[in-house]
Design a binder for this molecule. Structure first.
Ligand SMILES: [Zn+2]
Ligand SMILES: [Zn+2]
Length: 215
């Protein structure tokens, strides 16, 4: 599996294009906007998009989902259905935040922890990580030890929890229960900013380092 990060929208959200090298079949995770740039990356990689994956329902992650799905007739997988209330608010949110108009969409498949998602011949494991939003999921490709974690965890920080139905302790629990067991050597692509590894965050992240969580 290959991964390419494409920062999109004014929030520099890390949209990820990933593809199976055996089949050249690809998925795009969190196409928040700037669809021309995403489609240029698809073209440059010479791959065929087969689906859209969604970590959670926030505008900067899903603002381009409806348009891209309609334009290319792609199925949408994720997030967990607890994020539906965010998806239903997309038109108002895009107006409030001066984003290009974003439409409501209906995923072809809502995801749950323990589900698997296929991209070409590759399998991604789905984990449910509530806290930032109640329906946030992450995608883990075990053979390459790469996780796409959206706004659950960042290099040196964690997701905001001051939104409706956000909860700080729930987020801390999700990170410890769903992310850390995947392994210290797992590299993760966060929703914003540079990549890191779980091991490094367990050492130095002020919110979720082992030493911080023990206090
Ligand atoms: Zn978010
Ligand atoms: Zn975000």
């Amino acid at each position: 599996m290959k991964f390419q990060v494409i920062p999109v929208t004014v929030y520099e959200q890390n949209c990820t294009l990933m593809w199976c090298e055996e089949t050249a079949r690809a998925a795009v995770v969190d196409p928040g906007g700037d669809l021309t740039r995403i489609l240029a990356a698809v073209e440059a990689a010479q791959v065929t998009l087969e689906k859209i994956l969604v970590t959670h329902g926030h505008l900067d992650h899903v603002g381009g989902v409806a348009k891209l799905a309609t334009q290319l007739q792609l199925p949408i997988e994720g997030p967990h259905k607890e994020d539906n209330f965010w998806i239903q608010q997309l038109p108002q949110q895009s107006q409030m935040l001066s984003f290009p108009p974003a439409e409501v969409f209906e995923p072809s498949r809502w995801l749950q922890g323990g589900d698997e998602v296929k991209v070409g011949n590759q399998l991604l494991e789905v984990r449910h990580c509530p806290g930032h939003t109640p329906g946030h999921v992450i995608f883990f490709h075990r053979p390459s030890k790469v996780a796409i974690v959206g706004d659950v965890l960042f290099q040196g920080s964690i997701g905001r929890t001051d939104f409706p139905r956000g909860d700080h302790q729930t987020l801390l629990d999700s990170i410890q229960r769903e992310l850390w067991p995947l392994g210290d050597d797992v590299q993760f692509i966060p929703g914003h900013g540079p990549a890191s590894t779980f091991g490094r965050e367990r050492q130095s992240n002020p919110f979720v380092a082992d030493i911080a969580l023990k206090q």
